[in-house]
Design a protein around this ligand. Structure first.
Ligand code: MN
Length: 497
């Protein structure tokens, strides 16, 4: 088990003395409280708390979150009361511990679907209250999955399924690629062990990181970047996670030779402009594959992922993907929402300029996770609670997303399959209500057109049009649009189902 000193050392940026003192106190308190308790694996119970905390320390989270992680099972599983936690550690930590404890009380009755919705509902409410509850829950779940072999088979299946259905999508949506990848691989192992073993063996056989051609690409790139005087922090290789490799294999006739990003070479640079310069160096030295250059910096992926990807011909006729990103993009890709917390949004220069917000009231960090705020607002407006609300939320939230543009170049995020009406309601209810036509990429289009990533959408409104068409309900995709349309129609005495 990690000592508290070892735990503290896992953070890239050291904790202040005050922060260290808080974490040390929580460590001792939780250790004491769990004294004598064991896990199903036979380990000391407290090991679980330390492991969960370790994940969060590595993500760079602050002392409140890490302390709450150390204490996360104290209220649930020991004699200690919430009042006592509040007295010892303050109301923020007590609030988070309470939130985590509430989440672990899942109802097991009802159909699969009820169970799922109920779970999801709890996660969202907790997320809206304080996102740190969910971060701890993810770290908690990661360790539970890592130690799942100690449980009976039936329980393994249930927990793995729940993890895949609820925790993986949430980690994905929060942009925490590192946890998402690990959770997915662990679920894969329990839910589909045959295919898991197949992929593990396959990847072992190819040993991608030990291959000469990868080493050569890395060596060449380091040398050339230096020669061209381009700043870089690191050039390294990464291997694809098992589950995502398996999914990709299925799309490529199980031919591992066709998976170009089995191993990717990553170039990490200080500034955005260095990314583009580095790309130039890559292409100058290795011929790129046509049509494989993706600039996710100017057009990020729906979960906020940013990087430049290009695929090149490496030595020995091999094909390798190269990913170029800044250090900040790298941390955001691995740690998602947690990284936003740490980087000062006004200075995009990296860890050196971070401002740690530990001492302040837990604010939802910034507009990049505006959807958390939106969720809250939307839940309030619709009165929450209804099955319909939760079902449509599932669609809006977990579906793949696309980005489209307003005529001013603003980016609007929509779920896949969304129409111009969804777009209009996303802008504003009044815009939605008054929509009479739409131009997509400059061409007049039908209101039920399925929008595509990168479309430029211009809504034409009529000033004195008051009510939307009831027919729109047949094709709109987002709960937001559906909700608003029904609301105003009902208000004006139009009957809607
Ligand atoms: Mn736990």
């Amino acid at each position: 088990m990690l000592s508290v000193e070892e735990l503290l050392k896992r953070r890239k940026i050291p904790y202040s003395d005050e922060q260290q003192a808080r974490i040390k106190k929580a460590y001792r308190f939780a250790q004491e409280a769990h004294q004598g308790q064991k896990r199903a694996s036979g380990d000391d119970y407290f090991l679980h708390c330390v492991e969960a905390a370790k994940t969060l320390v590595q993500m760079g989270l602050g002392s409140i979150t890490v302390s709450a992680a150390l204490l996360h099972d104290v209220y649930e599983d020991t004699e200690v009361s919430l009042e006592e936690i509040r007295k010892e550690f303050g109301k923020d930590i007590a609030f988070i511990v309470e939130g985590v404890s509430k989440l672990s009380k899942v109802q097991l009755k009802g159909s699969d679907d009820d169970y799922y919705l109920n779970n999801l509902q709890k996660m969202f409410l907790a997320m809206a209250a304080d996102i740190r509850v969910i971060l701890i829950k993810l770290a908690d779940r990661l360790h539970n999955m890592q130690t799942l072999s100690a449980l009976p088979r039936e329980k393994q299946q249930r927990i793995a399924k729940e993890t895949m259905e609820i925790f993986v999508p949430i980690a994905n949506r929060l942009g925490i690629g590192e946890i998402k990848g690990q959770l997915e691989d662990l679920c894969f192992k329990y839910l589909d062990s045959r295919n898991y073993q197949y992929v593990v063996d396959l990847r072992k056989k190819t040993h991608p990181l030990k291959e000469k051609y990868v080493e050569e690409v890395i060596k060449t790139l380091k040398k050339k970047l230096k020669e061209e005087d381009i700043d870089f922090l690191d050039v390294h290789g990464r291997v694809k996670h098992y589950y995502s490799l398996f999914n990709k294999l299925q799309r490529y006739d199980n031919d591992i030779e066709k998976i170009y990003d089995l191993v990717a070479v990553r170039i990490v640079v200080p500034k955005v402009v260095d990314c583009y310069e580095a790309l130039g160096v890559v292409h100058k030295n290795f011929r790129p594959l046509i049509g494989r250059i993706k600039d996710y910096i100017s057009l990020p992926k729906p979960n906020g992922y940013k990087s430049i990807h290009t695929t090149i011909f490496a030595p020995q006729g091999k094909i390798v993907e190269v990913q170029i990103r800044t250090e900040k993009m790298h941390d955001e890709a691995e740690y998602g929402i947690a990284a936003h917390w740490i980087y000062d949004q006004s200075k995009n220069t990296g860890w050196k300029d971070f401002i740690f917000r530990d001492k302040h009231k837990p604010k939802v960090p910034n507009e990049e996770i505006g959807w958390v705020k939106q969720l809250k607002e939307w839940h309030r407006q619709s009165g929450g609670g209804t099955d319909e609300f939760w079902k449509s939320l599932k669609i809006d939230f977990f579906q793949n997303h696309i980005f489209v543009f307003t005529p001013n170049g603003d980016v609007v995020e929509l779920p896949e399959g969304a129409t111009p009406i969804d777009f209009a309601y996303k802008i504003h209810s009044d815009v939605g209500h008054r929509t009479s036509g739409v131009k997509v990429n400059g061409k007049m289009s039908a209101l039920d057109t399925i929008l595509e990533n990168g479309d430029l959408v211009e809504v034409i409104t009529i000033k004195n049009k008051k009510l939307p068409s009831r027919d729109w309900l047949n094709f709109v995709k987002t709960a937001q649009a559906k909700d608003r349309i029904k609301h105003i129609l009902r208000k004006n005495g139009v009957e809607v189902v």
